[in-house]
Design a protein around this ligand. Structure first.
Ligand SMILES: O=C(COP(=O)(O)O)[C@H](O)[C@H](O)COP(=O)(O)O
Length: 309
């Protein structure tokens, strides 16, 4: 897929989910680098930077996207030939994709340890990291049952229930607003993340904060499955994570909305769950309480404070 096609697919959500977006962007960058005709390393770098910007602008919330792109672009730091720069990008991109796939497997193994035989789980949206934990617990022979939400307006819950059904896991499919009604039947909420701030706040699909709030009230634990590249370095400087608002036609057809001039339709795609509603964040490096988010940014993302300014 050429770069502009990948960018369009991420924007339209044909490619979606923070981890998949990151891998697709990195693969598109590698493909672009492989075919880029540049006379000198500086031009190569400039063109690569433009390509990187096109990809990172597609969806503003998933921090995995700029983190992944940046990890590839850092390979371009110093080179005296276009070929050497190209090889470095290709190597770094392959390394990222392999790391990302491995991270999802590690998270599944670690997360499954926190799921007990007989547990009733609740998940929201479609997260490969969260589902990985649930599928692994099932694969280990634990008898589990899942509540999966519908996920208005884009209905990602349908992808989730297909996966759970294919694995033979007993699943209840519920509308988003039924979470509080069922929360007392649930032992553990397992969700993914698009971004995690330095204070442990978790940005994930709209509705996650409401679910975590209901879980908190019911004393039901909430675990978040997230690769280390979903932690947001810039939040160290107090920068907020931008919440994407998508086309309102996803919520209400334009022809209906047009007849309601006093109604403004809103479509925020993600929300922020405060750290105090999150019990554990499962990363490929181990499970941490949200209060330790800073250590992940410091130890695994390789950002130097001066680069953040
Ligand atoms: O909120 C979503 C997807 O939102 P959207 O459908 O708008 O992209 C997922 O929970 C996270 O991205 C984590 O997913 P993963 O674990 O697969 O990275």
């Amino acid at each position: 897929m050429v770069l502009s096609e990948t960018a369009a697919s991420i924007k339209s959500m044909e490619i979606r989910g923070a981890g998949r977006i990151a891998r697709a962007a990195v693969e598109a960058l590698a493909d672009y680098a492989a075919n880029l005709d540049a006379s000198d390393p500086d031009t190569f770098k400039q063109e690569m930077r433009k390509a990187a910007d096109i990809l990172t602008e597609t969806r503003p919330t998933a921090v995995s996207l700029p983190n992944a792109v940046r990890s590839v672009m850092r390979a371009l730091d110093s080179f005296d030939s276009v070929e050497a720069a190209r090889d470095a990008v290709l190597a770094r991109a392959a390394e990222f994709v392999e790391h990302s796939e491995h991270a999802v497997e590690r998270i599944a193994a670690i997360g499954a340890r926190h799921i007990s035989d007989g547990d009733v789980l609740l998940t929201h949206c479609n997260s490969e990291a969260a589902l990985g934990c649930i599928l692994e617990a099932h694969r280990q022979g634990k008898d589990i049952e899942v509540y999966a939400t519908e996920v208005r307006p884009r209905g990602q819950g349908l992808i989730t229930i297909r996966t759970l059904n294919d694995a033979g896991i007993r699943t209840n499919y519920i509308v988003d607003s039924a979470v509080r009604y069922f929360i007392n039947d649930v032992d553990l909420v397992v969700v993914g993340a698009d971004a995690i701030a330095v204070n442990g706040a978790v940005v994930n699909k709209i509705g996650t904060a409401q679910i975590a709030h209901a879980a908190h009230e019911a004393r039901t634990n909430v675990i978040v499955a997230a690769e280390t590249y979903k932690f947001a370095p810039r939040t160290i400087l107090g920068e907020l994570i931008e919440i994407e608002e998508r086309d309102t036609a996803e919520v209400l057809p334009r022809e209906v909305a047009e007849k309601l001039p006093f109604v403004r339709v809103r479509n925020p795609t993600f929300d922020v769950t405060p750290a105090e509603y999150v019990d554990l964040i499962v990363t490929e490096q181990g499970a941490i309480p949200p209060g330790l988010a800073f250590t992940v940014i410091r130890d695994y993302l390789g950002w130097k404070i001066e680069e953040l300014r």
